[in-house]
Design a binder for this molecule. Structure first.
Ligand code: AMP
Ligand code: GLY
Length: 453
């Protein structure tokens, strides 16, 4: 079977790598892919001329490519093509694809929609209100910081020092959440999102949300829900992203500076709580809404004292969580991707290797601000081999003039992740950082505390 992976990040490199290990898979195409998917065994990037998979024209071109190449299965990495209806298009043309439909993708693409869904089905989540009128949002924030009881925190003791979380409704590539510590900060973000349209249409509706203390956990899962059938959600091993740029969780938010799996502090009690308070009501909600959701889901949790609250759904696998989770998969990922649309997910043997994975990200100097590009990446293969780690490329390409060589040059903020296994979290950490020492490029920067924050 030939498989197509849509996307261009480290997550897609990890997916392509894992798919390529399947004996059933003859070839993996990545569209558009990156230098990592270009170099991976059994993998090849689709022609760049196919265009953007989040546009109508790009989706049509991809369908043509899938038919021409006889590709048997397409797996979608990022949210944008899903929110733009790629799944409906492929299925209407009889092409097998893994991912939720456009309506289902609103669980990520609209925070207002997803919060209303959580409320309707009793999924435990941070209290929130959705606003279309900036004056009402401002009024609400003013009351919050004046210590007036609001519907958000009716069940909580009054504490005016509590921050308020301001979220843009739409997809904002990680720039749509501000934790406002004062009314002035809340006012500034509400004005930026709703009036100045700093995020375009994504910010014209705003969700104001209760701030939850605790530690974050990501649970990725496979979902197979179809109208008229009993659905199933099968969670993967837990993972944790490290979103802030600097050690100790300081500095600006990023796309993720590294991930670990599993999360040592996600206890058995917390996992049971997640199942009853979040996963089961989500599944019941999907069934009740008659959703057609055959793909992956990501539960972004805040956990305190073994009690989980849902911060967000993503309608796809997480990045960089996937780079830590998939190396622990003790099953054929191509088989899983077939079982999801086929309706056989419930019986799929989803087993995990023992031990742990640590996957710190190496970024280009300046990230998450503007950063250098075009620097050559050198890897000491011998030293890397000793660590057992593998490098997942996020932002690097082959040089256009030397397409025949496998040398890579940086092309984005997050350049790569070193994903290393160990029999315990500490040894995974040691292996991962030894692996990063075998890699170098100008301005290379990384956090040393992935898994230890
Ligand atoms: P998001 O872009 O939705 O992933 O949110 C970015 C980050 O903001 C999350 O990873 C959390 O660290 C933080 N966050 C979002 N919502 C809340 C909340 N209600 N309470 C505390 N932190 C939050
Ligand atoms: N790591 C969070 C995300 O994939 O959005």
């Amino acid at each position: 079977m030939k498989v197509l992976v849509i996307g261009s990040g480290g997550r897609e490199h990890a997916m392509a790598w894992k798919l390529a290990q399947s004996e059933r898979v003859a070839k993996v195409y990545a569209a558009p892919g990156n230098g990592g998917t270009a170099n991976e065994a059994k993998c090849e990037n689709a022609p760049a001329a196919l265009g953007d998979p989040a546009t109508d024209a790009g989706q049509d071109a991809l369908m043509g490519f899938v038919r021409r190449e006889g590709i048997g299965l397409t797996v979608v990495g990022p949210e944008l093509p899903l929110a733009e209806g790629i799944v409906e298009k492929f299925r209407a043309a009889g092409l097998a694809i893994v991912g939720p439909g456009k309506k289902e993708a609103r669980l990520e693409a609209s925070k207002g929609f997803s919060k209303a869904f959580m409320r309707r089905y009793g999924v435990r989540a941070a209290g929130s209100e959705t606003f279309t009128d900036p004056a009402e949002a401002l009024n609400y924030a003013r009351n919050h910081f004046n210590g007036k009881q609001s519907s958000l925190d009716a069940a909580q003791p009054l504490d005016v020092a509590r921050p308020l979380v301001v979220k843009a409704d739409g997809l904002a590539a990680g720039k749509g959440v501000v934790i406002a510590g004062s009314f002035a900060e809340a006012e500034e973000s509400i004005a930026a999102f709703m009036k100045d349209k700093s995020l375009g249409a994504a910010g014209s509706v705003v969700v104001l949300e209760e701030f939850l203390p605790g530690r974050e956990v990501s649970v990725l899962a496979a979902v197979s829900v179809e109208p008229g059938r009993k659905g199933v959600i099968r969670p993967f091993v837990s993972a944790r992203d490290h979103k802030r740029r600097f050690e100790g969780g300081r500095g600006p938010n990023t796309g993720g500076m590294g991930a670990i799996a599993p999360v040592p502090d996600f206890s058995a009690a917390a996992q049971r709580d997640f199942d009853t308070a979040i996963l089961q009501p989500t599944l019941r909600g999907m069934e009740a809404e008659g959703m057609d959701y055959r793909g992956f889901i990501f539960f972004g949790l805040m956990v305190q004292d073994d009690r989980c609250s849902l911060l967000e759904y993503n309608v796809r696998l997480g990045d960089p969580e996937t780079q830590a989770v998939l190396p622990l998969a003790d099953f054929d990922f191509a088989d899983l991707c077939t079982a999801i649309p086929d309706g056989t997910l419930a019986a799929f043997p989803l087993t995990w290797k023992p031990g742990a994975v640590c996957a710190p990200v190496a970024a280009a100097g300046g990230y998450p601000g503007s950063c250098r590009k075009g620097d050559r990446i050198t890897i000491n293969e011998k030293a890397l081999e000793k660590t057992g780690a593998r490098i997942f490329i996020a932002g690097a390409q082959r040089a256009a003039a030397e397409l025949h060589t496998t040398e890579l040059y940086t092309s984005g903020g997050r350049v790569l992740a070193a994903s290393a296994w160990g029999p315990c979290a500490d040894e995974a950490w040691t292996n991962a950082y030894r692996a990063l020492e075998a890699v170098s490029f100008e301005g290379m920067a990384y956090r040393k505390d992935i898994g230890r924050e």
